[in-house]
Design a protein around this ligand. Structure first.
Ligand SMILES: Nc1ncnc2c1ncn2[C@@H]1O[C@H](COP(=O)(O)OP(=O)(O)OP(=O)(O)O)[C@@H](O)[C@H]1O
Length: 296
């Protein structure tokens, strides 16, 4: 495990990505590792850089950035058997938090260098495109759109985007199909979780296990808006799965339709990054398809 590739997103973590390369170099100079640092130059670049890293037979490929960067680098190494390392720099860091990877760069780097715990985790796809932490339609997808259109990044912008969109949020009717039958419901959002949280310890699927070969679907049904504080408190206390306003399902795949927008395109997010896709939304688990260096 001595040939390391670091793929850094220089704009991640409110531009912490601009200085982290120098720090990694300082730490590794005196150590017996061969390392390379590549910077992403645009959206999607992390995927191609990681694929090049696999072809060049690096022992560990490290994503240095937020969940968007982790998503791209993980896509590039999916099914390759090259382990993914994570140095979390984002504002949410959902996958790193789920895998107990230290949130500070020094300890995250030590975890990677020791490579004591490398595990195979499940990954998932939404209409064929990979995600690793969460994906969703409805409220969480709209927040990812609002956030992406704001100048700058960071947790404060997430809070602003959430508060400003909450006023206008309306529930939609969805049908959710799985091998267990079809459920129809009126919901503010339908989230599909591979890991338990969105990031920032916001636990949308506290029961989700990233190694169980199953996806957890959480639909937040219609509720009076004055109950929002109680719903949000349950999310923070990791008890949202016990709310009567929530429908929780566990399956290896789901087909989700928005019955108010059938046949058209719809906004979704994958790991917090917004995109449009076509209905129906097909989500599937890919069991044990990514090796990751964890902090456990
Ligand atoms: N050089 C670059 N210039 C502009 N965008 C980039 C560049 N490199 C990568 N990106 C894009 O930046 C986006 C955000 O990255 P990422 O999620 O890692 O950081 P973050 O926004 O700080 O973290 P979080 O999502 O936790 O807030 C990703 O969609 C990625 O494709």
């Amino acid at each position: 495990m001595n040939k390391l590739l670091f793929i850094i997103n220089p704009i991640s973590g409110a531009a912490k990505g601009k200085t982290i390369g120098k720090y990694i170099e300082e730490q590794l100079q005196q150590m017996p590792y061969t390392y390379t640092i590549w910077l992403t130059e645009h959206e999607g670049h992390g995927v191609t850089l990681a694929q090049q890293g696999v072809a060049q037979q690096y022992d560990i490929i490290v994503a240095v950035g937020g969940d968007g960067t982790v998503n791209e680098v993980a896509q590039g190494i999916l099914n390759s058997n090259v382990p993914l390392g994570i140095i979390p720099l984002g504002s949410g860091n959902g996958l790193a938090r789920h895998l107990k990877i230290p949130l500070n760069a020094k300890d995250a780097l030590s975890t990677i260098l020791s490579a004591r715990s490398i595990i195979a985790i499940d990954t998932a796809t939404l209409n064929g495109k990979p995600f690793f932490c969460t994906a969703g339609v409805g409220f969480d997808a709209e927040i990812s759109y609002q956030f992406a259109s704001m100048p700058g990044r960071g947790i404060l912008n997430y809070i602003k985007a959430t508060l400003s969109y909450f006023i206008d949020a309306t529930p939609q009717t969805y049908s959710i199909e799985s091998t267990n039958g079809t459920t129809s419901l009126n919901a503010y959002m339908v989230t599909i979780a591979n890991a338990a949280q969105f990031g920032n310890d916001v636990y949308i699927a506290p029961q989700a296990d990233i190694r169980d070969g199953l996806l957890d679907l959480i639909a937040i049904r219609t509720f009076s808006k004055w109950k929002v504080i109680s719903i949000f408190t349950k999310i923070l206390l990791r008890r949202i799965n016990h709310s009567k306003h929530v429908c929780c399902l566990q399956e290896s795949s789901f087909t989700i339709n928005n019955l108010e927008q059938q046949g058209s395109s719809i906004r979704v997010h994958r790991d917090g990054e917004p995109e449009t896709t076509t209905l129906p939304i097909q989500v599937e688990i890919l069991p044990a398809s990514l090796q990751v260096v964890t902090g456990r």
